[in-house]
Design a binder for this molecule. Structure first.
Ligand SMILES: *Cc1c(COP(=O)(O)O)cnc(C)c1O
Length: 456
């Protein structure tokens, strides 16, 4: 067998990208208040801001789009997708939403109240935002190894079961349900093992709490289980996914990830206990139960995408792509969360900027430097995203300063990755010239999306 792992698809339609100069980019970033979220996408050469809704759809998906049934009630497209989702998740109740955060909002509004506590391995930023804006505490209980970027471990997304048990004992009355995010996006795109999912489910059950999974990247998580967890080598990724879901009572999903579509999301529930409350909220916030927040054509694209996302050749290539960039970063002496996750590589900004004070937001500074040097857009996962300015003006900081380079699905080829590896190595060489930033304007929630900055 040849050693080169190829993209298991060929290109049918292309989208040109615009090359800019460093001088262009200096102006463009200044106009965007030093926040890459505020750049025009046209001004980005390699857009690794997110893997969310940014991937390429297949010819089969584009074909399915023409079959979308746009009926308001009872559309054929709903039933087609419902069948696919029931098959994968084993859960009877499927509630479509326009994306993952809407699924969260609809579910949380139905079952949480102020003063509650929701434990998770790590809450994603919209999950945290949705809970905190309702006065609910979003508690992160990822295993200690998940917070050590350089430590190798096959399942760094695992939840710390002892801490979970302690919280259930102590604060049980305030906990409406427990969560697990697979893969753990905030903690580095790291997978959760089947053993951990099973044990977490058992613990929650013992305390009478429902178990909700955030399953944005369930297919990547399942592939990691196949590659890394003894006993699953010969199980199909789909069967592994089905087993993961079998332990849960419900799930929220952003279909913009492993659903392989540009928009969409859903809630699934095993029992009908919460269903009336969830559907009432859905009708108010999203739409009628058979389309929720999606057009019929989007339901069709997702029905195909969920199956394509479980294709093992595709998943092997995808996980290998991240691993390959990791090898190039290792060679350049740039630290990153190890092993590489499914959808992204998380650069440890402290290995590039060890002396920059956290008050100058080193991961944000590195993110800006990657754009200025090579037109690459990543996202800061550090103290801008997860730090907070209290009412007293005092700032709290995050435990890690990461820059996430997230890879849209089926979009960039190996030469794009080679280019990026060169740019990152160059930035590391010039690290002494990278400038930190200060925040000049920020909103109260999810501040990284719209905050404005100046050089520190
Ligand atoms: C993307 C994401 C969400 C939110 O989904 P959107 O579709 O962006 O609203 C929630 N949880 C995780 C883990 C995610 O990666």
């Amino acid at each position: 067998m040849p050693k080169t792992l190829i993209e298991p698809f060929r290109i049918k339609s292309i989208e040109p990208i615009r090359v800019t100069t460093r001088a262009d980019r200096e102006q463009l970033l200044a106009a965007a208040h030093l926040n890459v979220f505020l750049l025009h996408a046209e001004d980005v050469l390699i857009d690794w801001l997110t893997d969310s809704g940014t991937g390429a759809m297949s010819s089969r998906q584009w074909g399915a789009i023409m079959e979308g049934d746009e009926s308001y009630a009872g559309a054929r497209s709903f039933y087609r997708l419902e069948k696919v989702i029931q098959d994968i998740t084993g859960m009877p109740h499927f509630v479509p939403t326009h994306q993952g955060r809407a699924a969260e909002k609809v579910l949380f509004s139905a079952v949480c109240k102020a003063g509650d506590v929701v434990p998770n391995n790590c809450h994603f930023d919209t999950t945290r935002g949705n809970l905190e804006s309702m006065g609910v505490q979003a508690l992160d209980l990822v295993a200690a190894v998940g917070l050590q970027p350089a430590t190798l471990h096959p399942f760094k997304g695992n939840i710390d079961l002892e801490r979970l048990e302690a919280v259930l004992r102590q604060d049980g009355a305030r906990i409406p349900f427990g969560m697990l995010t697979v893969t753990n996006n905030t903690g580095g795109g790291q997978p959760v093992s089947m053993a951990n999912i099973r044990a977490c489910a058992a613990l929650l059950k013992k305390h009478g709490k429902p178990f909700i999974m955030d399953v944005c990247r369930f297919a990547e998580n399942a592939m990691f289980i196949k590659m890394r967890e003894p006993g699953y080598e010969n199980t199909s990724v789909k069967a592994i996914a089905q087993e993961m879901f079998s332990y849960a009572d419900g799930a929220t999903m952003s279909a913009k990830k492993d659903g392989m579509v540009n928009i969409g999301g859903f809630i699934v529930l095993r029992s009908d206990e919460w269903l009336d409350a969830v559907r009432s909220g859905l009708i108010m916030m999203e739409g009628f139960p058979t389309y929720g927040g999606m057009a019929g054509r989007d339901l069709e694209a997702l029905a195909v995408g969920l199956e394509e996302g479980l294709d093992e050749d595709y998943l092997r290539y995808r996980l290998r792509t991240a691993e390959y960039l990791g090898e190039r970063l290792d060679a350049a002496g740039v630290g990153f969360v190890k092993p590489t996750g499914g959808h992204a590589v998380y650069i440890d900004a402290r290995t590039v900027l060890p002396d920059m004070p956290v008050a100058h937001y080193p991961a944000w500074a590195l993110c800006n430097a990657l754009y200025l040097e090579g037109g690459i857009r990543g996202v800061e996962i550090g103290s801008v995203m997860f730090g907070k300015r209290g009412d007293d003006g005092v700032e709290t900081y995050h435990s890690m300063e990461l820059v996430r380079l997230a890879f849209p699905r089926r979009m960039y080829t190996q030469s794009h990755f080679d280019y990026a590896a060169e740019v990152i190595a160059e930035v590391k060489q010039k690290a002494a010239h990278i400038r930190g930033v200060k925040i000049t304007k920020q909103p109260k929630f999810l501040r990284h999306f719209t905050a404005q900055f100046d050089w520190a």
